[in-house]
Design a protein around this ligand. Structure first.
Ligand SMILES: Nc1ncnc2c1ncn2[C@@H]1O[C@H](COP(=O)(O)OP(=O)(O)O)[C@@H](O)[C@H]1O
Ligand code: SF4
Ligand SMILES: [Mg+2]
Length: 360
């Protein structure tokens, strides 16, 4: 994926893998339970100021990927370069200091707010601890930030006196105050009603510096479409589709899983069948015997699949289906007349992957 802005890449992640070690039994005695591979080699490149949306339903590995990029969770394999630097070689004791430029907005930002500090104190504390800025310079920066987020009248309020949307805005304001170049925003609008959601999104998009890039994680396709230059669709730890802005359109050909996500986003209230299908797709981990991981839920396969199809034999890799679009699907590749690169899966479930990665 190229840097659409033409300047040097902010982030180049290749083949990022994560395998969580299983828990030991009671008192740490006995063998570990089975390891659980969560990311199976995820690539992402981003330029400064870009917004990449990462979508997939609960349990697909979105948060783990975001945390691996920032080394909040250590990846088990792959490579990550941030602003050209080999990020995986940065010593652990330097990570905290470096992360001021690479930050995460957590799914539950409330936990990060101190109930005994006012909004203004939260912002000043952040400037002091992270940027070493105090006094009149801090006063000025905080005043500007409160203005950007429309929170001037809340400067003296404590978290307990704020609405859900206001708490999110404080959390976002704190993050942007330090002028990071990359923010991993994990479900920053989940649980908010529509108007508050739009409000928080607006604040996030317009209060950032022009070099601040977002990896915007959500299971809400509508939100992601609104903000993104590019969308990655993740299914069980693999990217099954990449759409640049030009292809973020429900009416063009998409991976069957993306189609399902578009359909769920279109219906205001998901039907019982859709809810069940989406829940099922998150819970069938390990149930397949090779081939395409999405097969058991795939509409195309269900309507015309045969036992000797490539869908059964080989795992599809991402291929360029159209300008600005990559898809991991044998049938779409064939229909578009593109040779589908394949990864043979000799036997066993998805968990029986070739594994040169360490288990952490
Ligand atoms: N610390 C951990 N230890 C073991 N398994 C984990 C850990 N964190 C996440 N997982 C597992 O990784 C999978 C993906 O989780 P997550 O990245 O949170 O998905 P998402 O953000 O898409 O909902 C889930 O099955 C989850 O249980
Ligand atoms: S490769 Fe086959 S099973 Fe997988 S998504 Fe495409 S059509 Fe469906
Ligand atoms: Mg998550």
């Amino acid at each position: 994926m190229s840097d659409v802005r033409g300047d040097s890449l902010l982030l180049e992640a290749q083949g990022v893998r994560k395998v969580f070690a299983g828990e030991r039994s009671f008192l740490g005695l006995g063998p570990r339970a089975e390891v659980s591979p969560v990311l199976h080699g995820v690539d992402l490149s981003m330029g400064h100021g870009e917004v990449t949306g990462l979508i997939g339903e609960s349990g697909s590995g979105k948060t783990t990927f975001g945390k691996c990029l920032l080394r909040i969770v250590e990846p088990s394999g792959g490579s990550i370069r941030l602003e050209g630097e080999d990020w995986l070689r940065v010593p652990k004791d330097q990570l905290q200091q470096r992360r001021t430029r690479f930050q995460m907005i957590y799914q539950n930002p409330y936990a990060c707010l101190n109930p005994g500090l006012t909004v203004e104190s939260h912002l000043k504390e952040t400037l002091k601890v992270i940027c070493g800025i105090t006094g009149s310079e801090a006063d000025d920066r905080v005043a500007v930030e409160l203005g950007r987020f429309g929170m001037e009248d809340k400067r003296g309020a404590y978290p307990g006196e704020l609405s859900g949307g206001e708490k999110r805005r404080v959390s976002v304001a704190r993050t942007l105050l330090t002028e990071p170049v990359l923010v991993v925003a994990d479900e920053p609008t989940s649980g908010l009603d529509a108007s508050v959601k739009a409000d928080v999104l607006d604040a996030m998009m317009y209060a950032r510096s022009e070099r601040t890039a977002y990896l915007f994680i959500s299971h809400d396709l509508d939100v992601i479409r609104f903000v993104s230059d590019r969308i990655l669709v993740m299914y069980r730890g693999r990217i099954v589709e990449v759409m640049e802005k030009e292809r973020i359109d429900p009416d063009v050909d998409h991976h069957p899983y993306t189609v399902r996500l578009f359909e769920a986003a279109r219906s205001e209230v998901p039907t019982e069948e859709e809810s069940k299908a989406l829940a099922d797709s998150a819970s069938v981990v390990g149930a397949l015997e090779g081939g395409c991981p999405y097969r058991s839920l795939c509409q195309i396969w269900q309507s015309r699949g045969r036992p000797d199809d490539a869908c059964v034999r080989e795992r599809p890799e991402l291929i360029t289906l159209a300008p600005h679009q990559k898809v991991a699907c044998h049938v779409l590749a064939e229909e578009a007349g593109v040779a589908s690169p394949q990864t043979p899966v000799s036997s066993g479930s998805l968990e029986a992957e070739p594994s040169q990665e360490s288990v952490t």
